[in-house]
Write a protein that binds this ligand. Sequence first.
Ligand code: CA
Length: 219
Amino acid sequence: MSRVLIVEDEERIASFVRKGLTANGFVTTVVGTGSEAVDYAITGGFDLMLLDLGLPDTDGFDVLRRIRSMGVDTPVVILTARDGVRDTVTGLEIGADDYVTKPFRFEELLARVRLRMRNERTADLTVLRAGGLSLDLRTRRASVDDLTVDLTAREFALLELLMRHEGQVLSRQQMLSHVWGYDHDPGSNVVDVFVRALRRKVGPERIVTVRGMGYRLTG
Ligand code: CA
């Protein structure tokens, strides 16, 4: 089980990230201040830290400097609304491992988290299987009954979500927020469009419409 410390004071973003990571099998802890971030980080109980730069009590850079000076080597991915080159460089210089610029789509963040995750325990999660479907999360290869199918990045993310919740009904809202991010239009029918496209590629019987609720993957 991989544990992620989320340091983010903006509730909407913190909850978006927490839900997404939890749905992908991570165990998360959310804190909203720099001092809590330091307290939690020094326990060493996390495999990765997501660190917002603009915190109410201190700067994310300060948190990073403090934990590195205390010998905490947990990988840190900075979440920043400031997309200035200087911030990025400063962060990497003082010991961040990567950064994601806001606004971001969940799949971008997930890719960074997987890339930077310290422990090897994520290895067993790199290939998802359901029935004849298989998704290799590392090579981004999808196959149906051992035949490779070409999926776009969004189709891949959508299929990954369905496969991680095989047999469960996912609402359009869950699918939207996971694959399209928190700035999506809630009235959009983009999920239905993508489900149709996916069905053509992986077989229509595999993605079941649950009337009034959403979609469900059957293995
Ligand atoms: Ca902030």
